[in-house]
Design a protein. Structure first.
Length: 415
């Protein structure tokens, strides 16, 4: 043994330390340490745990070597968990998820928040919003919207309409924005520091995006997202919470099967219900929701697309206003437009009406421009609807529009 070691050994022998373990001290120490870990482990940082343990050791006159051993054990346990989550770790939970479930709150500046339940599974989404359910299956290119209170089902194709409210996958859009942001973290990711919420230590990041600026607060140790905020307009934002990733979801959640007793609107099941005035109102709403341009066609598929665009329009309009209409009002507004549109479908189902449409490329309000005409019942004259939505009678069908009668005639619904 070297002289320096002997010197240190003699020094410790002369110190007033009780090296002999006492049973009462051992029991108290064990109980105290266990209690400290049970009550403080989840909410205190490693440095706080070290300080607390030091006080306990001093209080119970713990011998030097015992204290050193306990401290080393604590370092071994605490240090691996002290690593703070990185932005890449947080985003990885979201990007790798094959299934997901979360609660979403549409928050507005006027404090009229809307609560939405969301589900995601490999190209399929389900949104539950009050009495409305929207299911989109991108693997089949189809979606269904269910208006539960009114027993109405709307079937649409989602393969080609990426802006359609019924097929827009908010979760996938957010993931796309996060992928872009995390690819250049130095310019697109801002660290927001830490905060404690409900006794849980969180770490925050702001992901910059032109379309979906996103703020995520995640568990500081596990990097699991706890709170996600997505800016969707200057007046509103979308909050996502209670996330569950890679869980087993019942396949029936994404079923496109229409419940019994529902009235179905799609290209294979046309309905009538609106009259001429309802149809004129529908034409106006179709144009307003499409930059004042009338639909290119009025076949069953085009009517469904125009109706879906109108639904998107009124929902966006609602989220941007300080005094949005009650949900029931815009659901009713949507129903009226759908019923008005089916007036054209009903006419097309029978040759006797001789119904024609040529509104493609025509702007709402264009004077003296016929866009729709038909021959009512046994009438000898045609009813003509113009682009300024005035109506008149004509002895013959409009001509001189650069289109022959066969190209303007409404196609009969599919059987």
């Amino acid at each position: 043994m070297s002289e320096s070691h002997k010197t240190w050994e003699n020094l410790f022998k002369d110190l007033p330390l009780d090296e002999a373990p006492k049973e009462s001290h051992r029991v108290k120490l064990r109980d105290q340490v266990l209690a400290e870990f049970d009550s403080q482990h989840a909410s205190r940082s490693p440095s706080t745990r070290f300080n607390q343990l030091g006080k306990v050791l001093m209080k119970y006159n713990v011998p030097y070597w015992t204290a050193a051993a306990l401290t080393l054990c604590l370092i071994w346990i605490a240090l691996p968990n002290s690593k703070k989550a990185a932005a890449q770790d947080v985003v990885a939970h979201i990007l790798k998820a094959r299934t997901a479930q979360w609660d979403m709150i549409l928050k507005r500046d006027n404090n009229q928040d809307e609560e939405i339940k969301c589900y995601f599974s490999s190209g399929k989404t389900r949104i539950e919003f009050d009495s409305w359910v929207a299911i989109a299956d991108h693997t089949q290119g189809q979606s269904v919207g269910l208006f539960i209170n009114d027993k109405i089902a709307i079937l649409n194709s989602v393969a080609k309409r990426t802006s359609d409210i019924l097929e827009q996958d908010h979760f996938e859009q957010m993931r796309k924005a996060l992928r872009i942001a995390i690819a250049d973290p130095n310019n697109n990711v801002e660290q927001l520091g830490e905060r404690v919420s409900d006794g849980r230590e969180l770490i925050g990041f702001r992901f910059k995006s032109k379309s979906f600026p996103t703020t995520i607060w995640a568990d500081a140790e596990t990097a699991f997202p706890v709170w996600i905020e997505v800016d969707i307009s200057p007046e509103s934002r979308m909050v996502m919470k209670n996330h569950k990733f890679d869980i087993k979801l019942d396949p029936s959640l994404f079923s496109l099967e229409i419940p019994t007793g529902y009235r179905v609107l799609d290209e294979d099941s046309p309905i009538s219900g609106g009259d001429e005035q309802d149809f004129i109102h529908a034409l106006k709403m179709f144009a307003i929701s499409s930059n004042d341009m009338f639909p290119d066609r009025l076949d069953e598929k085009s009517l469904a697309e125009a109706s879906a665009r109108f639904l998107t329009f009124i929902i966006k309009r609602d989220t941007s206003t300080q005094n949005p209409s009650p949900k029931k009002e815009y659901v009713t507004e949507f129903q009226l437009v759908v019923e008005g549109g089916t007036f054209a479908t009903a006419l097309a189902s029978d040759e006797k009406w001789d119904a024609h449409y040529c509104g493609a490329g025509v702007k709402l309000g264009t004077p003296d421009r016929p866009i729709f005409w038909y021959k009512p019942g046994k009438s000898k004259t045609y009813r003509v609807i113009y682009a300024d939505l005035t109506v008149g009678d004509a002895a013959t069908a409009p001509t001189g529009l650069g289109l022959d009668a066969s190209s303007t005639k409404l196609a009969s619904p599919k059987k």
